[in-house]
Design a protein around this ligand. Structure first.
Ligand SMILES: *Cc1c(COP(=O)(O)O)cnc(C)c1O
Length: 364
C-alpha cells in the first residue's frame, strides 16, 4: 500500500541521529521543561521570526492557551471556518465562548474574508484563521477587518509551518500563532507536541504560566492553568527534524507540482499560487465521483483520505449552535468532492507515477 504519509521511510534516514539525540535526553535525566525544549523554542521563534515561542503539549492546547491568554471566555464569540480540523472550533467551546462560522473560498478552502464582516457582533473578540492544508489564508484582508473592529487574530498554523505570506512566515502575522507537531504534520514529533509563537511579551508571560498550572515559580499559583508542556524527548526529535524542514517542504512542493501538471486537465487541482504561500501539508483535488475514485485507488494499493467529510457546523458536538444544512454551501459542497492524495517528502517518483496512472486509468 502507498500510504498517505511515509513515516517509516523517514525513520530509515533519521533513525541513527534520532536515537543518539533521545539518548542524550535519557542521559541527562531531565524530561520536562529542560534545555532541549528551550533550544527548540529559540529555534522555532527564529524560524517563524517571532520574539517568543512556547512549547506545549499539542496543537489543540496551543489554541486553547491562545484563547485563554486573550481572556476569551463565556459570552464571547470567535469567528472561524467550518472547514478545518475539529480542534479549531472545539477549543473555542472549551474556553466557554461561541464559535461563529464563516464560509470558505471555493478555490483556497480558507475562510472567505468578504463574508466575515456580516458575522461580527458586539460580542466578537477574535478570529481564528486556519491556513488549511498549508496554504496561507488572505491575511491582508483579515488584518484590515481585525483592525477595524478591534479583534484579535489567532493563527491556526498547525498545518502550515514554513508557509510564507508577504515575506513573513505564518504564525507571525496575527497576535498569536499555533503550531502542531502531531507526527503526520509537516514538522512532526514522534508523539504529541505543539508550540505557540507571539511577538507580545505580556501574552508570552501569561502563557508561560498558563501552560504550567498557572505557575511561574514552583508552588506559587497566580491563576488556573493547565498542564501542557513539550517534553524533552519530543523536543530533541524536533530539533533534529527542524534542520531538514525547508528541504522537506521543498520536496512536498515538487510532489504537488507533479500532481498538478499531470492531473490538471482532468480534475479540479489546487489553483496555482505563489509557491511560497503553500507548503502542501495536503494535496487535495475535487471530483464529482470522489468515493468511486477513492475506492478504485484503494483497490490498487493507494491510500487516500478525506479532509474533511463533515463541516464543523454539521457536527453533532455543535448541535447547540443551531446551524443547519445549507448554512455554508461552499464548505458543504467541497466536503462531498474533496480527496487528498498521498504526499510527503519521501513519496518516490515511481510511486507517484503509479498514483497518477491509476487516477488516469479510472478517468478513461
Ligand atoms: C492538527 C491540527 C490541530 C491540532 O493539533 P494536535 O497537535 O493534533 O492537537 C489543530 N488545527 C488544525 C488545523 C490541525 O490540522
Amino acid at each position: 500500500m502507498i500510504p498517505m504519509v511515509d513515516l517509516k521511510a523517514e525513520m530509515k534516514i533519521l533513525r541513527e541521529p534520532v536515537l543518539k539525540s533521545i539518548n542524550e535526553v535519557l542521559e541527562s535525566g531531565h524530561y520536562i521543561l529542560g534545555e532541549k525544549g528551550k533550544e527548540l523554542e529559540n529555534q522555532i521563534a527564529s524560524y517563524v521570526s517571532c520574539s517568543y515561542a512556547l512549547g506545549v503539549g499539542n496543537g489543540t492546547d496551543a489554541l486553547y492557551l491562545a484563547l485563554k491568554a486573550l481572556n476569551i471566555g463565556h459570552g464571547d464569540e470567535v469567528i472561524t471556518t467550518p472547514f478545518t480540523f475539529f480542534a479549531t472550533a472545539e477549543t473555542i467551546a472549551q474556553v466557554g465562548a461561541k464559535p461563529v462560522f464563516v464560509d470558505i473560498e471555493e478555490d483556497t478552502y480558507n475562510i472567505d474574508p468578504t463574508k466575515v464582516r456580516e458575522k461580527i457582533t458586539s460580542k466578537t473578540k477574535a478570529i481564528i484563521v486556519v491556513h488549511l492544508f498549508g496554504r496561507a489564508a488572505k491575511m491582508d484582508e483579515i488584518q484590515k477587518i481585525a483592525e477595524e473592529f478591534e479583534l484579535k487574530i489567532i493563527e491556526d498554523a498547525c498545518q502550515a509551518i514554513g508557509t510564507e505570506y508577504n515575506g513573513k512566515r505564518v504564525g507571525a502575522l496575527g497576535d498569536i500563532g499555533c503550531l502542531s507537531f502531531f507526527p503526520s504534520k509537516n514538522l512532526g514529533a514522534y508523539g504529541d507536541g505543539g508550540m505557540i509563537v507571539t511577538n507580545d511579551r505580556k501574552l508570552y508571560q501569561k502563557i508561560l504560566s498558563l501552560r504550567n498550572h498557572g505557575s511561574r515559580q514552583k508552588y506559587i499559583h497566580t491563576n488556573i492553568g493547565i498542564n501542557s508542556r513539550l517534553d524533552e524527548i519530543q523536543a530533541a526529535v524536533l530539533l533534529l527534524k527542524l534542520k531538514h524542514l525547508d528541504l522537506f517542504l521543498h520536496k512536498r512542493k515538487e510532489v504537488a507540482k507533479r500532481y498538478t501538471n499531470s492531473l490538471q486537465p482532468y480534475l479540479k487541482t489546487p489553483p496555482a499560487i505563489e509557491t511560497r504561500e503553500h507548503t502542501f501539508h495536503q494535496y487535495c483535488l475535487e471530483f464529482e465521483e470522489r468515493d468511486a475514485l477513492a475506492e478504485h485507488l484503494r483497490k490498487n494499493g493507494i491510500a487516500t483520505a478525506i479532509y474533511y467529510p463533515i463541516p464543523l457546523h454539521l457536527q453533532e458536538a455543535f448541535y447547540d449552535l443551531d446551524y443547519k444544512e445549507g448554512d455554508f454551501p461552499i464548505a458543504e459542497k467541497v466536503a462531498t468532492k474533496i480527496l487528498a492524495l498521498p504526499i510527503c517528502p519521501f513519496l518516490t517518483i515511481e510511486n507517484q507515477m503509479e498514483i497518477i496512472a491509476s487516477i488516469k486509468n479510472f478517468l478513461h
